[in-house]
Design a protein around this ligand. Structure first.
Ligand code: TXA
Ligand code: MG
Length: 318
C-alpha cells in the first residue's frame, strides 16, 4: 500500500523523480505527475487504466503561472479566474508548446486550474513545474474524497499520498471555455452556473456524452459504483426491488423507508453543499456494503443540485 502523510518535501521528491503522488484538493483527490514530462504523465494513464483520449487537467499555484502554458486568455475567462481561483473552476485555454500532447490528448486547449487546498498550493509553489492530475480513482469509478479512498483503490500504484483530510467541496471542478466569443460550460461541478453567470452573463451548457469527449470527462457512464444504481421515486423503487437488499441515497428529512433498507441521507436539512460533500463517500460505502442495489432520486435542479444530478445519472448509466 502507499505511504500516507503530510510531508510536502517527500511529495516533491517523488514528483521530481517522475513518480506519481496523490494530492488533496478542495474538490476530489488528484493523481499527480509533472505535467511537462510525458514519461511522468504516461504513468497516470497507466495507473488509472485511463484511455489516452481523455485529457488531463493541469494544476498550478497562481493565475500568473498560467501564462507560461497558454497563448491567450479570453477576457471573460480571465475575470472568472480572478474571482474564483483558487477554487473549483477549470478553464480550457489555448496551449503553447510546453504542454505535451499527451496531457491534452492532442487537443489544442489545455484544462488549467488553481486548486484551493493549502497543502497542494504549498507543494505547487515549491515545484518548478505544474502538475497534471485527474481524479485519483480507477477510470470510470467513483472519485475519491479522502486519502483512504485513494489508498484502497490505487494504493499499489502510487508511492505517496499527501493527506489533506476530507475534500471540502466533494464534486469535481466546473469546466469552462470559450468558442467564438461564447462562454461554454462543458462539465457541471463544484462552482455553480449561477455563480458563473453572475460574472459573465448567460452561458451555454454543453455536456457532451460521446465516448470520445471533445471536452470534459463526459463519458456517459462515469463516477460509477459496481452495484446497479436506479433513479426514480424512492418508495416505488423500494417496492420494485423488495426482494433484494437495498441501499438508498436520499435528500431531505421526510422520507419513510423500510427498516431493512440501508439509508444514507445526503443532507436532512437539504443543504446542497453538504450533499455534494457526502455524495461520493455514500456511493462508495454502499458499493462496499452488503446491499444488492442502490436506489436514489434526483435533487431539485438548482445550484449544486444540477452537478449532483449529473453525477447520479452517470453513475446509473451502465
Ligand atoms: O476537480 C477536478 O477537476 C479534479 C481535481 C483533481 O482537480 N480533477 C478531475 O480530473 O476531475 P478528471 O481527469 O477526472 O476530469 C477532468 C476532465 C476529463 O475527463 C477531461 O475530459 C476534461 O476534464 N478535460 C481535461 N482537459 C481537457 C481539454 N484540454 N479539453 C477538453 N476537456 C478536457
Ligand atoms: Mg475523474
Amino acid at each position: 500500500m502507499a505511504e500516507i502523510g503530510k510531508d510536502i518535501l517527500k511529495a516533491k521528491g517523488f514528483l521530481e523523480k517522475e513518480q506519481l503522488v496523490a494530492i488533496p484538493t478542495e474538490t476530489v483527490y488528484g493523481l499527480a505527475a509533472n505535467a511537462l514530462n510525458p514519461i511522468a504523465v504516461a504513468k497516470i494513464f497507466e495507473a488509472k487504466e485511463r484511455p489516452t483520449f481523455d485529457p488531463l487537467i493541469v494544476h498550478t499555484h497562481s493565475l500568473n503561472e498560467v501564462s507560461r502554458f497558454v497563448t491567450s486568455i479570453h477576457p471573460d475567462l480571465l475575470k472568472l479566474a480572478q474571482i474564483f481561483w483558487p477554487g473549483p473552476l477549470t478553464l480550457l485555454l489555448p496551449k503553447n508548446d510546453s504542454i505535451p500532447n499527451l496531457v491534452t490528448s492532442g487537443l489544442e486547449r489545455v484544462g488549467v486550474r488553481v486548486p484551493n487546498h493549502p497543502l497542494t498550493l504549498e507543494l505547487l509553489s515549491q515545484l518548478d513545474f505544474p502538475l497534471a492530475a485527474p481524479s485519483a480513482n480507477p477510470f470510470g469509478y467513483i472519485s475519491p474524497t479522502t486519502a483512504e479512498h485513494v489508498n484502497k483503490q490505487l494504493g499499489t500504484k502510487v508511492p505517496y499520498i499527501l493527506d489533506g483530510g476530507s475534500c471540502e467541496v466533494g464534486l469535481e471542478s466546473t469546466i469552462v471555455g470559450e468558442e467564438n466569443g461564447e462562454i461554454i460550460i462543458y462539465r457541471l461541478g463544484g462552482l455553480s452556473i449561477n455563480d458563473i453567470e453572475a460574472v459573465v452573463g448567460k452561458v451555454n451548457v454543453q455536456l457532451n456524452q460521446s465516448s470520445n469527449p471533445k471536452a470534459p470527462g463526459q463519458l456517459k457512464s462515469h463516477y460509477a459504483p459496481k452495484k446497479p444504481i436506479y433513479i426514480g421515486d424512492i418508495i416505488e423503487l423500494q417496492n420494485i426491488y423488495a426482494g433484494k437488499k437495498i441501499g438508498a441515497i436520499v435528500f431531505g428529512d421526510n422520507i419513510k423507508l423500510n427498516e431493512t433498507t440501508t439509508v444514507k441521507n445526503l443532507s436532512s436539512s437539504k443543504n446542497y453543499q453538504e450533499a455534494a460533500v457526502n455524495l461520493f463517500s455514500f456511493l462508495r460505502e454502499l458499493d462496499e456494503d452488503a446491499v444488492d442495489v442502490i436506489i436514489t432520486d434526483l435533487l431539485p435542479e438548482q445550484g449544486l443540485g444540477l452537478a449532483i444530478n449529473d453525477r447520479l445519472r452517470r453513475a446509473a448509466t451502465l
